[in-house]
Design a protein around this ligand. Sequence first.
Ligand code: 8YV
Length: 312
Amino acid sequence: MSLPAVLLLAPLPEFLLQPLRQVCTCHDYFHAADPAALLAEVGPEIRAIAMGGGSLAPISLLQQLPALEILSVFGVGYDGVPLAYCQERGLRVTNTPDVLTDDVADIAMALVLMTSRRLGEAERFARAGQWPQGSFPLAHALRGKRAGIVGLGRIGKAIAQRLSAHGLSISYYGRHAQAVDYRFEPNLHALAAEVDFLIVACPGGEGTRHLIDASVLAALGASGTLINIARGSIVDEVALISALEQGTIRTAGLDVFENEPHLPPALCQHEKVVLLPHLGSGTHEARLAMAQLCVGNLAAHFAGQPLLTPVI
Ligand code: 8YV
């Protein structure tokens, strides 16, 4: 009996593809020289999609896959999946929660440290041999500062733990108050106005598109720092660049971008901003565990077993 056909919508690592090939026949849409020709050839037999957290599964593509049953996301964020359409069509969707939480939270904490202590600039200063000409300027302490977390989910809570250990007080904004020791602030502008670090950790998608706009950045103010480890779409990047240029906010630490992997040159020119290439979950440990879940969900589906980490 032939293996179920899966369409790959992202450049997935070999440690995921190798076990995936044991249970499915893979068709690489992402790297296809002629994706339309690939679809014409294999579209009717595709029963599954494997994709990255940041990749897109447009409805127009899914409509060309009549035998599709399941989309397995190699990532916790599934904002690239049209969930309502999938629900209506009875398609299953899975993601890879929990296994990357600590590593993403570590990167948020690293960005807080890097921006407050100006570590990127300091490292470039030392490397360029500038030290003999004078000491590096003083930076800002974390102890006693206030952090506001936008989205207190699994990753938001792990960030809060780390910030608490560094002596920051925590408030959060989200859809509802939770039974936690941190202060809930139902007004995003009020949260931005009262904190030194505004940390974006909520899901992406249409519901949060440009949630952090010019008015939120204005509220954050000239001593405020924006950190984003969630999705680039949540921050209005044009407004952010203008806020940095005008000194409306102090600086930003970003792991995600609106049009990644392409970064706006205007952002790259800011010496104080810290920019990372979407590496929150980029550890051997997290990515291997994510791969096991991504493949495990497809294997479970095709074996008629319960999904390991279903979204729907
Ligand atoms: C990516 C992510 O999935 O988990 C997420 O939502 O954005 C990342 O972990 C990872 O880069 C693989 O695509």
